[in-house]
Design a protein around this ligand. Sequence first.
Ligand code: FES
Ligand code: FES
Length: 161
Amino acid sequence: MTQVTMTVNGEAVSGDVEGRTLLVEFLREGQGMTGTHVGCDTSQCGACVVHVDGKAVKACAVLALELEGAEVTTIEGMANADGSLGTIQQAFQDHHGLQCGFCTPGMVMSAAALLKDNPSPSEAEIREYLEGNICRCTGYHNIVKAIMAASGQDVSAIAAE
Ligand code: FES
Ligand code: FES
């Protein structure tokens, strides 16, 4: 076992990991941060997306040991300081961007990464960016709408589904 230290949601955290320990295991099992989900074992579903040094990554596809000193943000870090939902989370709630919610942490983290690079994405750009995030419930329509709303775009003309 080797000790690794990284910053998660602004706080320094350390833990002993094996060479094969994945970031998602470090977060969920080592730190008790179970907001980051595991929906597959083939790195295809996107439920585990977090930010590492400002970039969206699949936490099931990166080793914890490689992240010594990294800055990690998880879904737990997306709420406002007072504990209320952050802008993107609130938009998902307001526009019914979730049903079972299993994919939602990854969707929110991917959306946050997209909006950082592209503050006013088109529907097509959102759909393309979310290619690596699978949702089995919503049909994506309301997720796309929620992300457009979170970016400040007027979605009043887009029908709910
Ligand atoms: S758990 Fe499915 S992509 Fe990471
Ligand atoms: S809301 Fe159920 S998988 Fe997306």
